[in-house]
Design a protein around this ligand. Structure first.
Ligand SMILES: CCCCCCCCCCCCCCCC(=O)SCCNC(=O)CCNC(=O)[C@H](O)C(C)(C)COP(=O)(O)OP(=O)(O)OC[C@H]1O[C@@H](n2cnc3c(N)ncnc32)[C@H](O)[C@@H]1OP(=O)(O)O
Length: 157
């Protein structure tokens, strides 16, 4: 099945977490399963924190990109539009909150299951459960915001 990230236009397909064109990145893939968005990812041995367990920064990174992809897909769904239709919805992370509930074992796939809890203007809130072998090990809350036209052009300060 096609993933949301397979539809990202080339100019936003280089993200370290979700860009299909980033050879060094995670290249996550997210799909709808009913009203939930689902990403499955198998960690590598080098994603270790404490031996046997996944590095928390990786979990945060997966939640991050799972959520921005989910936010875009939710907006397309809300408008009854095809994922390839123009103009494209592009979301960036405004806020990323992670609760680490239990150590996440590294020896198998991780499943992220997201729910859209708010859509308001340019903002989408996504809550994500992170499961390893069916056990909830972390929870994420992301505020994703539709990318402004002038993203990245503002001068610091
Ligand atoms: C499926 C088909 C694909 C199609 C194609 C998709 C392409 C998909 C591209 C993916 C690309 C990779 C994405 C990876 C995820 C990153 O890693 S993104 C990189 C990390 N994030 C950044 O660099 C963002 C930096 N921050 C900014 O640029 C700006 O602060 C933001 C986030 C755009 C917001 O600025 P703004 O547009 O001026 O926001 P503003 O109008 O003030 O607020 C809008 C709303 O958002 C809220 N808000 C703003 N900032 C925050 C915040 N930090 N916390 C909470 N709420 C906030 C406001 O309260 C407001 O809410 P309401 O009052 O309407 O309820």
């Amino acid at each position: 099945m096609d993933a949301f990230q397979d539809h990202y236009p080339e100019n936003v397909a280089h993200c370290y977490g979700c860009g299909r064109l980033n050879d060094h990145g995670h290249q996550i893939k997210t799909v709808w399963e009913g009203d939930e968005t689902v990403t499955r990812f198998t960690p590598e041995p080098y994603h270790t924190s404490v031996p046997g367990f996944v590095y928390g920064g990786l979990i945060a990174s997966l939640i991050d990109c799972h959520s921005t992809g989910s936010a875009a897909a939710a907006m397309y769904r809300a408008e009854g539009r095809d994922l390839d239709s123009l103009p494209p919805f592009r979301f960036v992370t405004g806020s990323l909150h992670v609760d680490f509930l239990k150590p996440t074992p590294i020896d198998g796939p991780i499943e992220l299951r997201g729910r859209i809890t708010e859509v308001k203007g340019r903002k989408v809130v996504v809550e994500t459960a992170v499961l390893a072998a069916g056990v909830l090990t972390a929870r994420g809350n992301v505020v994703a915001i539709q990318m402004p036209e002038d993203f990245g052009t503002a001068k610091p300060g």
